[in-house]
Design a binder for this molecule. Structure first.
Ligand code: AMP
Length: 193
């Protein structure tokens, strides 16, 4: 089973993806994690995108599509969870083509529905928690980048809701509950596929 987790920054995509990895042996493909990893290991591409990410803007379609393409041929256990990808219509089209080429199907697109005030609180809270625990704070978890990330979401990513709805793939769950409650809702969706 291959699924996309779709929702604005702070909706809980990464958290729920980790749950699915543990519960179902699925493989999480987070382009955000891949880009942060590239930055940490100091690759040329990582350095090139670091500032774009810190500003809260999207990196180019070409880069993230390339990252995903590399992973699609790898081991996929219980299936792939696309987390933070696709984020533009061009990425969604590219994913469709890559899946077809590698003989895979997309089984569902799960939207985590949340409201904006909650997102801001969650992201600010995530930065504060990391700071208190002496852990590194994401360079883009600050008020200015957050505004930009939300704007990018509404301008470029939110149209994917309509795109996948029209394809008949969209399932929405309430992302406002506790982590366990959201996980139960997602399980219910997956059981009914
Ligand atoms: P995330 O960890 O998913 O919140 O992503 C962090 C940042 O990485 C985003 O704000 C973008 O700058 C970049 N990024 C991650 N995934 C994508 C994507 N699919 N397309 C473009 N930029 C991305």
């Amino acid at each position: 089973m291959n699924i996309i987790l779709l929702g604005p920054p702070g909706a809980g995509k990464g958290t729920q993806a980790e749950r699915l990895v543990d519960a179902r042996g699925m493989v999480q493909l987070s382009t955000g994690d891949m880009l942060r990893e590239a930055k940490k290991s100091g690759t040329e591409m990582g350095n090139r995108v670091a500032e774009v990410m810190a500003r809260g803007e999207l990196v180019t379609d070409e880069i993230v599509i390339g990252l995903i393409e590399e992973k699609l041929t790898g081991e996929n256990g219980g299936g792939f969870i696309f987390d933070g990808f696709p984020r533009t219509l061009a990425q969604a089209d590219a994913l469709g083509a890559l899946m077809a080429k590698t003989g895979k199907t997309l089984d569902a697109v799960i939207e985590l529905k949340v409201d904006d005030a909650v997102l801001v609180d969650r992201i600010v809270g995530r930065a504060e928690q990391a700071r208190a625990a002496g852990q590194p704070v994401r360079a883009d978890d600050n008020a200015e980048s957050l505004k930009q990330r939300l704007m990018e979401y509404y301008k470029k990513t939110a149209p994917l809701l309509g795109y996948y709805y029209a394809k008949g793939d969209l399932k929405s769950v309430n992302g406002l509950g506790a982590i366990d409650e959201v996980a139960v809702e997602i399980s219910a969706v997956l059981k009914n596929l």
